[in-house]
Design a protein around this ligand. Structure first.
Ligand SMILES: Nc1ncnc2c1ncn2[C@@H]1O[C@H](COP(=O)(O)OP(=O)(O)OP(=O)(O)O)[C@@H](O)[C@H]1O
Ligand SMILES: [Mg+2]
Length: 275
């Protein structure tokens, strides 16, 4: 009887074990880094591209994958014009800009075409962009994630070999509420969070006064609460927004800019956690 009970116990334990997913590596890439936040509009895409060129400044060969299938930003942020080419009609060659290899849904469809897709089609597009793109010789691939904790996040957590994630947030409570959900999702699915970045942290006026428009300390506090590293404060700065709109990220166009230096510091911390 006891033996039977033990047997049933064992089977149940086996069933309740978290599923072991087979995770596909992205070929041609040594380190895969997600830039994420469950919240929309907090600066994930801005941080992705500026971090990418800060890492490039540190001597790494970078790739950038825009995983926002519904709202791709990369073509605008990097002024990408060339559509990816294919030699065999199956695998795509990434578009190159400023020595970075780039891929985005925005390169495959017309800029103003809305993507009216159900989840399975998004998952299929992500599989294509990770498995059917000829990423070559990249030290790091930065993946710009869409907002939310939906199909895209799950696809990366369960199917694709991801080495780390950074979480971007702005300091106000409303953003942090979503961000906490995002942190727990990665923790639950076993994606290693390298740390949190506080974006639009402060604004320095012409009077040199510091204005904390969205509050203070919230992101650091959240990092502590979830036992994560805090990676740095990025100010709200017009030059950052301008460079995005001009299609040439600040860390690439003005690497000596005070804000670029902050990105460089964060990039150093991130680089030190690569194996
Ligand atoms: N630190 C900053 N200083 C000035 N402007 C910023 C900063 N961070 C982001 N922005 C601007 O805020 C807007 C939203 O940023 P971005 O598109 O990077 O956010 P996102 O989180 O990727 O949005 P989404 O959730 O829609 O993907 C952009 O116009 C961007 O230029
Ligand atoms: Mg974005």
């Amino acid at each position: 009887m006891t033996e039977k009970k033990e047997e049933i116990g064992k089977t149940l334990k086996e069933k309740l074990k978290p599923k072991q997913f087979v995770k596909n590596p992205i070929n041609g890439v040594k380190y895969t880094l997600l830039v994420s936040s469950a919240k929309g509009g907090v600066g994930k895409s801005t941080v992705s591209v500026n971090l990418a060129f800060a890492l490039q400044k540190l001597g790494l060969k970078v790739g950038i994958l825009d995983a926002d299938v519904y709202g791709p930003s990369l073509p605008k942020l990097l002024n990408l014009k060339d559509k990816p080419k294919s030699e065999d009609g199956k695998a795509m060659i990434p578009t190159i800009q400023y020595d970075a290899q780039c891929m985005s849904m925005g390169l495959l469809v017309d800029e103003q075409t809305p993507m009216i897709w159900r989840g399975p089609m998004v998952i299929s597009a992500l599989r294509t962009m990770t498995q059917k793109v000829l990423w070559k010789d990249r030290d790091v691939l930065i993946i710009d994630m869409p907002p939310g904790t939906g199909d895209t996040q799950l696809t990366f957590a369960q199917e694709i070999k991801v080495d780390g994630a950074v979480i971007v947030s702005t300091p106000q409570d409303l953003a942090l509420l979503d961000v906490k959900r995002g942190i727990q999702m990665f923790d639950k699915t076993g994606v290693k969070i390298l740390g949190l970045i506080d974006n639009m942290s402060f604004f320095k006026g012409d009077d040199n006064k510091i204005y904390k428009i969205f509050g203070e300390g919230g992101v650091e506090k959240t990092a502590k609460e979830f036992n994560k590293d805090f990676l740095g404060h990025i100010p709200l700065h017009q030059d950052l927004r301008n460079s995005s709109d001009n299609g040439d990220p600040l860390t690439h166009s003005q690497p000596e800019h005070e804000v670029s230096k902050i990105f460089l510091d964060i990039a150093k911390k991130i680089k030190s956690s690569f194996h």
